[in-house]
Design a binder for this molecule. Structure first.
Ligand code: CP
Length: 339
């Protein structure tokens, strides 16, 4: 081997060894309580803190030119996505590949479920028989990840189920709040939009409540489930200007027209007049408030482009942090027992 190339490999090897040592030291004796993450209710604040500590280290890793590390070599990961995804699927796949996991992507049309009618139950048994080491599942029906998790030995992470939850999104959202504001507890957070159909809100409200944050929930009455404030600690608003006053974070949700939200509003134009985040509304929040959105964004409906492109938007930081958080989750759930 050319001496310059040999030196480069040696440096990469040393960096990887040092990185693994720091990861093991950071984790210490801590571990996640369950083999699965299908709901934010699977995690305590201490568990989330462990994930955030690991994600912080992995953020150093994802900016390296050589991002392949042998931490989970020989493991297999099945990314089972029954609904479309850009951020969640790609970041889980990249994270797995970076950790040297063999990753396999399956879509609804590429599996035997959609046209041949195989049940979710039988699909779970099939995955179990193949000794997969990790399953990531996105499904249109609430409860599907839990059902698979109960049937197979491998850890299952939900990539979002129906209108229910999207736990890894909430983890990356809270990590982003922590990174940008230095804390989670004590933050004033407004969540605006289509709460009814939003699994992002389902996990985010649960996660914020665990840190003692009682978010302001704002949207038209038809897009906020009745009694939400009896189930979760939150305050309901219908006037965005009122709800945006003095907050640290404005979190805009996508209006989910593919999930019948169109029937809950007079028109998209009318909705955006009342609930789209623009500069005037953002000015009502704290002077350094951040604007978040899980993506994909309906520009000019959920968020004005002027806000999306401003330095108050942390939407791309959320994507980057999602990559780091998912690296941390794969390592913690697949690597923990092997250490
Ligand atoms: N935030 C989110 O879940 O985006 P994708 O649908 O692109 O995965």
């Amino acid at each position: 081997m050319h001496p310059r190339r040999q030196k480069l490999w040696q440096e990469i090897g040393e960096w990887q060894e040092d990185f693994e040592d720091r990861l093991i030291k950071t984790i210490g004796k801590r571990k996640l309580p369950s083999k699965n993450i299908v709901s934010i209710d699977d995690l305590s604040t201490a568990n989330m803190k462990l994930i955030f500590d690991c994600a912080k280290l992995f953020k150093e890793f994802i900016i390296k030119p050589d991002k392949k590390i042998n931490l989970l070599k020989g493991m297999s990961q099945i990314n089972f996505f029954f609904e479309e995804s850009t951020r969640t699927r790609i970041s889980f796949e990249l994270a797995g590949k970076n950790l040297s996991v063999d990753t396999i992507n399956v879509s609804a049309s590429g599996s035997s479920m959609q046209k041949k009618g195989e049940t979710l139950n039988d699909t779970a048994r099939t995955l179990n028989a193949m000794h997969a080491d990790m399953v990531i599942l996105r499904h249109g029906k609430a409860g599907s990840p839990q059902m698979i998790a109960d049937k197979i030995k491998a850890p299952v992470i939900s990539g979002g189920d129906g209108w229910h939850e999207h736990p890894t999104q909430a983890l990356l959202d809270l990590y982003t709040m922590l990174e940008k504001r230095g804390q989670i507890s004590g933050l004033k957070v407004t969540i605006v939009g289509d709460i009814k159909h939003s699994r992002v809100a389902g996990s985010l409200i649960r996660a914020l409540n665990k840190f003692g944050v009682e978010p302001r929930i704002v949207g038209p009455p038809t897009l906020i489930p009745y009694g939400l404030d009896k189930v979760f600690k939150c305050k309901i608003y219908h006037d965005l200007d009122e709800a945006a006053k003095g907050v640290d974070v404005i979190y805009a949700l996508r209006i989910q027209l593919e999930r019948t939200a169109g029937g809950d509003i007079p028109s998209v134009r009318e909705y955006s007049k009342c609930y789209c985040i623009n500069h005037e509304r953002l000015a009502l929040a704290k002077f350094d408030a951040i604007v978040m959105h899980a993506g994909p964004i309906n520009r000019e409906v959920d968020l004005k482009t002027e806000v999306m492109e401003s330095d108050r938007s942390v939407v791309e930081d959320q994507v980057e942090n999602g990559y780091a958080v998912r690296l941390a989750l794969l390592y913690l759930l697949m690597g923990g027992e092997r250490r």
